[in-house]
Each structure stands twice: as C-alpha cells, then as structure tokens.
Design a binder for this molecule. Sequence first.
Ligand code: BGP
Length: 481
Amino acid sequence: MSFPDGFLWGFAIAANQAEGAWQAGGKGPCQADVMKWDPSVDPHDIAMITSREQLEAALADTEGVYPKRDGIDFFHTYPADLDLLAGMGANAFRTSINWARIFPRGDEPEPNPEGLAFYDALIDKLNAVGLKPVITLSHYEMPLALITEYGGWANRQVLDFFNRYADLVVDRYSGKVAYWMGFNQINTGLMDPYLALGLLEDEVGSITQAKLQATHHQLLANAHLVATVHRVDPQARAGSMILDMTAYPASTRPEDVLAVQKADQEVFYAADVLVRGEYPGWFAPYCAEHGIELQISDADAALLAENVSDYLAISYYVTRVIGANRASILDSTGWNVLGDLPNPHLPSTRWGWQIDPTGFELALLKLADRYPGVPILIAENGLGNIDVLDADGRIHDDYRTEYIRDHVAAMRRAVAQGVNVAGYLVWSGIDIVSASSNERTKRYGFVYVDLDDQGNGTARRIPKDSYDYFRQVATSNGRMS
Ligand code: BGP
C-alpha cells in the first residue's frame, strides 16, 4: 500500500542548529548562542539554562565551545546543501526563521533588512529546487533581550512582539510557503522553560504558574498566526507542533496505568487547545487545586475557539515508561521524561532514547482517535548516532536505514488504518548540531558534514549509505521502503 498522492517526503532542520553566522547579517543574540558544548555532561542528561548568570557567563566566555554559533555554516552553504538534499527526490523541507535575524532584540518597530534578505533567498531556493517550505517561526531562537529585559513569554508584551514578527513574514512570503508552524514542540515549555518559553526559573516565582501562562500566550500567538495565514496566505496551512511522548505503564497495576493517562494530559493539553480551540476539562480544576490563576480573557477564549489549527505536527523519537510515582511535568522541570524508566523490550541509543517503531504506529492511532480527521504532519523523526567516516571514504549507516525503514513501515500501517498523515520529514537530512547535547557528532543526516564538536574538519558534505535508501523512498512515494 502506498501513501496518498501529494504526501510530503523531506527533511527538517532548525535555523539555530544549522545556520551558524550567529553575529552576521545584523542578527541579534538568541537563546541558542549561549548553549555550550560540554563533553563532561552524561549523554543521558540534557543540560538546561535556569539563570541570568548562566546567560551572562556564556556571553562573556572566551574559552568555551558554542557549536550553534557556527552550526554547519548553512547561512552560507545552503544553496549547495539544498541541491544535495533535493537530489534525494524529496518534495519538502522544514526549517525555522531565526526570530533574532528579523528583530535582533525582538522589540524593534522595524525589521532587520539583512535578515529578511537571507530568508528571501533561502525560501526562493527551496521553491526553485522543488522543496516545499515548511516554516517554523519559533524553534528555540528567541532574541535574548526578550528574556533578560521582558521576562520571556510570561510577559504578554512578548506576544505582541511575536505577532508583529509573524504578520511580517507571513505577508512577505505569502504564496511561497506550504506550511506555517508557530512553535516547535509547544508542549516542551513544561520541561524546559528557558528553551521553549524564555523563562529564567530562578526569577519567576511559581514556575508552574509562569509556564502555564507563558504557554497560554504562545497558544494565543498560534491562533493569531492561523488567522493571519487564513487572511493573507490562504493556500498555506497553519498550525503548530508537539513532541510526542507516548508512554507505557511500568506495570499492569491500575495506578501505573492511571499515571500514563495523567502524563498524556500534560503532553496533549496544548495540542487540545490548538486543535479543539479550548482547554481540556481537567485544566481548570487543576489550576484551582494548585492556586494557579491564569489570565485568560473572554477575548482570548474567543481567539482560540475561532482559530483552530489546520493540522497538527509532531516530532516522534521515543516512547517512555511511566510509573505511579513519577513527577508531573506541570509542576517540575527537566527532560528526564524522555528517559523516565528503561523499557527492557526496546533498544536505546547512546543518549538513552528508546527506539520504538511500533510505538510510532500507536502514537499515530492515538492521535487519530484524539483529533479525528485532523491532518498529522510528522515534522521530525530520525536517529541520532555517532557516525564514522570509514577508511573507504563512506559512512555505512545501515542502522539509520533500518530505523527509517521501520518507522516508515509503522507509518504506512497507521495510514492503512485511516490515519490522516500529511507527510514525513526526517530530522535532519544533513548533519547539524544537536539541540539537547550541542554536539555535531550526534549525527542525524543522510549527508555527513565533516566537522566535529569543536568545529574541526574539512566541512565536506558526503552522502551516507542511507542517502540512496531515502532517495528510493521519496521517489516512489514510500512504495520502495
Ligand atoms: C527535537 C527538536 C529538534 C531536534 C531533535 C533531535 O526535540 O525539536 O530541534 O534537535 O529534537 O534532538 P537532539 O538534537 O537533541 O538530538
């Protein structure tokens, strides 16, 4: 069974993990520029920024290695890189616009013309090589000034700044973008308030109140984006994305199974608002019980109800195991949710991410039940690994071919059961910098980039063995997978 005509096969990256050129073209400092590579951090852990001091230390640091500042220099290499990626016969490419290239501080009344010129050229190049642009407006690239001077997304003024940015780029690129995506993994603000919400935990008082209010502002921003796209760029689809964190109970004990249901509430509540236009029933009682008073006006509720997303995007990497005693991500923070408890039935990557194609089919079936008929875009799926450039000059990443083959097969089974999947974008098509570990050597691409974590290497681009495999998949609309 093949996939529907027009199915999107392609790749996904993020500006902050690929472009580099962190001080070029008038760009202002953004969140990613303070993310330091630290080989002493346990691969199973994800280092987080929680204080102003950490930001200031990173900006003053002259010794440390900050790989996202240089990325793979996609800011300059994108024409050749996109030619190489288009060579796989793909028809879509997701990337983000770095907000700090357009508004270096975030609060300027006028945009940075050099930043706009870069994305003018990038989006035109994508269309020229047949890669439909899927554009993320916020992918962990918030201008630092909005964090240090305004308090991040907890401050409603930031919503106004974001709406100005969104209105500008949607108008400018109207007719050239297939999918507009407001926020990368809008539910990860619960785990990582700095990265996804621009909050400094040691300055916000109640972290739960701040996270829920900040996420509410992002949900309003997404509803505003949907309204703008429908008005200005009606041929495009507008929506946002969540990180899928499908969970299994630690045992058949009813308490463990109940814990999975509660974990799902946290994972999906933002998507419930995006797709249904209202908060789920458990949300108000939870806030009341925990003394949380969100500022949600009648106008807010109307905006959310009248501008539900055209699609829901997900990133799918792992499944996890949940026990009754786990901490809720509503009132705690940390990425341990990705590695809660080991699943003895699944292999794991070096970073503890459990590989589960069957879980992918399960995740898609659950989404179809939760959001009947809503197109689901796989905005990220891929395998991070320490790939080796062999003596023969090739990269034999059979493990990546196997991973993609198994996940495409799972997706095909879900489509055959009626799940409305709109496309499959592999993270990351070409090697870039890892979001969580800031490593270049945690590689996801079908194209190898000869740079190490410290930026040493020839920067040559070398198709891996998996390049030809994915070309078969994309050019056969999934039949040859
Ligand atoms: C997702 C992010 C991406 C990407 C991916 C892979 O959470 O949306 O930015 O990085 O994870 O994870 P990592 O790069 O941390 O290995």
